[in-house]
Design a protein around this ligand. Structure first.
Ligand code: ATP
Ligand code: MG
Length: 294
């Protein structure tokens, strides 16, 4: 394993890459998992590599639903196993939920490897080895254990495929998805979409679930009722917009413009910024046309 210095500004991201790469080398993660991680990283960059408020709210709602469930199941794939195996074991324990391995690029060998990996991390009972093709899908993610995913009332899916997410929601299950892309089919179809990095989500949820554990059902339902997935997704998209606009302003004005404090600048300053923006844009356009002419 490559030694990554803690002082590196991109330590967390490099560590995740290392874990996923090790996962591929040991056969836990599929090669395609590298691409999924890359797409996730890009969105993480755009949301500022932090748990945004709406994601924290989604994590709270998710914990409440999983604690209220009769048969909660956490569906584990190769990326999740490589990144957060011991966290998943702890979360399942705190929530009294089952862990079930479910893979898009499924082989018996990979299911076995992931199961063993989770067991080494402390899991007592991992489902998935004897999963049957019970879901209405024409790929390997159609497999589910009868007393696991198939009969679950609340499912936590990690880095899910949009197809299966859709099928699960049509089976009268409550589906909670972790996906950094607020535009993906998964985020758009899940009942609760957590737009956050799985490496932050799992520790957050362990902490929240521990706090919530003694609460009565009525209190837990209050957390669920106060959550609106449409608003959470819109907020994640807004966060991306605000981050991008902030960078644009900085580039165009040469100042440290904070878009979140936009209302604090005077109209005159706004006009000056806008003029500067237009001037810079003209400059860019002129340079562009010069290049075309050349
Ligand atoms: P969909 O089928 O839902 O439209 P997709 O095809 O875009 O999704 P997949 O490749 O099926 O995406 O799954 C990867 C998804 O997981 C991506 O949306 C990506 O943003 C997300 N993802 C990858 N790594 C992480 C991570 N560490 N934490 C959270 N989400 C992640
Ligand atoms: Mg997909």
């Amino acid at each position: 394993m490559t030694e990554i210095p803690r002082s590196h500004p991109r330590y967390q991201s490099l560590l995740a890459r290392e874990l996923i790469t090790q996962g591929v080398l040991s056969g836990i993660t599929s090669k395609h998992g590298l691409i999924a991680q890359g797409r996730g990283e890009a969105f993480d960059y755009l949301i500022g590599e932090k748990t945004i408020d709406s994601a924290a709210h989604a994590e709270t709602c998710a914990c409440a639903l999983l604690l209220l469930a009769e048969n909660p199941v956490i569906s584990v794939n190769g990326n999740a196993a490589a990144l957060v195996s011991s966290g998943l074991v702890t979360l399942a324990e705190v929530l009294d939920a089952k862990l079930e391995v479910n893979l898009f690029h499924r082989t018996d060998e990979r299911v076995e490897l992931i199961t063993k990996y989770l067991e080494e991390a402390g899991a007592k009972h991992v489902l998935g080895r004897t999963a049957e093709p019970l879901l209405d899908l024409d790929h390997e993610r159609n497999r589910a254990e009868r007393d696991g995913l198939y009969s679950a009332d609340v499912v936590l899916v990690l880095l899910e495929d949009g197809d299966r997410c859709n099928v699960l929601t049509q089976m009268d299950k409550i589906v909670i998805a972790v996906d950094l892309n607020p535009l993906s089919r998964t985020s758009q179809t899940a009942h609760v979409s957590i737009v956050d990095n799985i490496v932050r989500v799992i520790p957050n949820m362990i902490e929240i679930a521990r706090e919530m554990k003694g609460m009565d059902d009525e209190k837990l339902w209050e957390f669920v009722d106060s959550f609106d997935n449409g608003i959470a997704l819109a907020d994640a998209i807004e966060e991306i917009k605000v981050n991008l606009t902030g960078v644009q302003y900085e580039l165009l004005s040469g100042t440290d413009f904070d878009p979140k404090k936009g209302h604090e600048i005077s109209d005159e300053q706004k006009r000056a910024l806008e003029e500067e923006r237009i001037r810079k844009k003209r400059e860019v356009l002129m340079k562009g046309s010069d290049l075309i002419l050349e």
